[in-house]
Ligand binder design. Structure first.
Ligand code: OSB
Ligand code: MG
Length: 367
């Protein structure tokens, strides 16, 4: 497929509620969308980078710069398949979120030509997948309980609580006591703790959690290994898992029981599927993480989560959990499950009127 042009587009979608984590507070999602155009088809991808380099080193303006200057030139006006995109870009270090967005758009275009859904391309077999909600740090325990209660009423069965020093044992206990033992409950620290916190984190063992996600720095596998020695709560890695090689190393070193796979963080859906395969081969359960994606990114995440190793509920929630209006047709949740898109490619496209309303900037790059 010969890509003739690439469009970058920033959309600003207000969040229905503020989302606070150990690294910052978001009130709107400034998403970066990428559209590739070829003579035979168009394809869409979403870059999951956020405004500031506070989840990982990537950030939206940086992604735009690297896509424009370094990623598009080796691709545009050449005959490339999606499988060729990552090998053609290995000379550019890092920038996996930017690479993932470009590869996804090309994969989407290619699959639309072949009339094949992304789930089929990745080896996904499930028609629906279990999903949960990631709940931000709240202003108070009563507000947290009210928010969690609302999500359970919406049909979710799994809740993830964002934690940070000063907001961990007490809110987790409050949610467990209020909603009972059947609730699937997990926590995510986004690297907020240090090696001195091992004993404190082991106090979370009282709450029968599915997992604790990335308590320590992304480069600190040692503390994750130590936590597994002193705690019974399964340890899951998010930020540390940037590739299939990183996943294989973390598993071999004994740094995790479970892996969160985020396609953006690892350079795209093809690498994400490889991580799935590595984890399945080692008996490590995986689940699909999220980055407050619009419907474009979420559709593709559902396709990935249809792979058989995704045995834990993903951070993939209904459109209404994030936005008053999504840029695609709205995604919905029934009994804690979401349907995997069945159309060709990622299976959805932006609605023209919503796209026009929320676009704050766009740029064409031609070969
Ligand atoms: O660590 O999983 C994370 C959102 C932004 C950045 C990092 C994370 C998250 C979430 C949101 O937890 C999950 C979702 O998209 O619903
Ligand atoms: Mg996380």
């Amino acid at each position: 497929m010969k890509v003739t042009g690439v469009e970058l587009r920033r959309v600003e979608l207000p969040l229905v509620g503020r989302f606070q984590t150990s690294f910052g507070t978001e009130t709107a999602r400034n998403a970066l969308l990428i559209r590739v155009v070829s003579s035979s088809a168009e394809g869409w991808g979403e870059c999951v980078a956020i405004d500031d380099p506070i989840y990982s080193s990537e950030y939206t303006d940086g992604a735009i710069d690297v896509i424009r200057r370094f990623l598009v030139p080796p691709i545009v006006a050449h005959d490339v398949r999606a499988i060729d995109v990552a090998p053609r870009l290995t000379h550019v270090k890092g920038h996996r979120m930017a690479k993932a967005a470009l590869e996804t758009a090309i994969l989407d275009a290619e699959l639309r030509c072949a009339r094949m859904p992304l789930a089929d391309r990745l080896g996904g077999t499930a028609a629906t997948v279990p999903v949960g909600v990631s709940v931000g740090i709240a202003a108070s325990i009563p507000e947290l309980l009210e928010e969690v209660g609302g999500h359970l009423e919406s049909g979710y069965r799994r809740i993830k609580l964002k934690i940070a020093p000063g907001w961990d044992v007490i809110p987790t206990r409050a949610v467990r006591e209020r909603f009972g033992d059947e609730l699937l409950l997990q926590v995510d620290a986004n690297t907020a703790y240090g090696p001195g916190d091992l004993r404190h984190l082991a106090m979370l063992d009282d709450f029968d959690l599915l997992l604790i996600e990335q308590p320590f720095d992304e480069e600190d596998l040692t503390s994750h290994i130590r936590l597994r020695e002193v705690s019974t709560t399964p340890v899951c890695l998010d930020e540390s898992i940037v590739s299939a090689r990183a996943a294989a190393d973390a598993i071999r070193l004994g740094a995790c029981d479970i892996v969160n796979i985020k396609p953006g963080r690892v350079g795209g859906y093809l690498e994400a599927a490889r991580i799935h395969d590595v984890c399945v081969a080692h008996g490590i359960p995986v689940w699909c993480g999220g980055m407050l994606e619009t419907g474009i990114g979420r559709a593709a995440n559902l396709a990935l989560a249809a792979m058989p190793g995704f045995t834990l509920p993903g951070d993939i929630s209904a459109s209404e959990r994030y936005f008053a209006r999504d840029i695609t047709r709205p995604f919905t949740v029934t009994d804690g499950r979401m349907a995997v898109p069945t159309g060709p490619g990622i299976g959805v496209e932006p609605l023209d009127d919503v796209l026009a309303e929320f676009t704050t900037w766009s740029e064409w790059i031609v070969g």
